[in-house]
Write a protein that binds this ligand. Sequence first.
Ligand code: AMP
Ligand code: MG
Length: 354
Amino acid sequence: MVTEYVRMSEDEIDQEAIRRAGKILREGGLVAFPTETVYGLGGDALQPESSRRIYAAKGRPSDNPLIVHICRLSDLPAIVDEIPPQAQALAERFWPGPLTMIFHRSSLVPTETTGGLDTVAVRFPSNRIAMALIDAAGGYVAAPSANRSGRPSPTLARHCREDLDGRVEMIIDGGQVGIGLESTIIDLTGDEPTILRPGFITRPMLEQVLGEVQVDSTIFTADSHQAPKAPGMKYRHYAPRGELVICEGNRDDVISYINREAAARGLLGHRTGVICTDETRGAYRADVVRSTGSREDELAAARELFRILRDMDSEGVEFIYSESFEEGALGQAVMNRLMKAAGHRVADVSGPRT
Ligand code: AMP
Ligand code: MG
């Protein structure tokens, strides 16, 4: 299959291309498109065959459900069993936006789309290209992140090209995404609202609307005996090809540890990389040193992380050392992705405390 590339911006939507993209989706084809979180790999959510094609194109295990994207609140009732008052309140506050809610599904949604579950994940994105495409497709677009399974999520159209060229009918290039991490997922089907994946919409923001919100305990643990409630969270994810270690400790200890390790690897002929911040980048000695931006900018690490992980791959880096990014409103969400990318390898490098 030859993949068609089209370029547009939210301010200048190419209506003709959107019509063609909508037709591709209605006929069972696949289109990668920008959203405010990461690029999505879209197929018609109501056609079982489209969902099968998404799994095949991504190389994704078929028990890992897809998120259904809508572009009008009035389209929600048809695909869910009921809308609890909590969901209504969250929708009013955060939709359109980077929040996914889990509902009991209606029979309109094929089990292929929900990975065999009786629940369905739904999101109403705010990116105007995404909204136009969903509308043109008939209202319901299943869209996981547009990467091959296991790879870092795409934040640029060229990332979609790297992973999906020849596997999808069209890729819409809308430039770099704004947030850079996938949506927050909240489950509203249990006794208490529970965050299954941290994201731009944080726990305190959700608690302002709902009161107390739980966090699924598997979000920060290594894959173990406990199954995460979001099936996708159990898989190896976001991983660069090189071996990534997160280095925790005070700033000077982290810098000297990383420089020592990188020098040792370098002597053995390996290519090394460092993920750091503007405040420290000048202090590192490695083949590839990439800053996520300033620590003052709370959104920078989220926006740049996946791109930097992919850059490490294209630079052929074999050993990657990353600073930790726990602070700030998005610290949890960034560390959740970074820990998965690192396979939970953390080096505590604090020197002896005196
Ligand atoms: P992605 O589409 O790549 O952002 O991944 C979608 C995430 O949503 C995966 O981690 C899925 O396991 C999760 N998800 C989708 N549908 C459900 C559902 N019905 N219940 C729980 N988690 C879900
Ligand atoms: Mg994904």
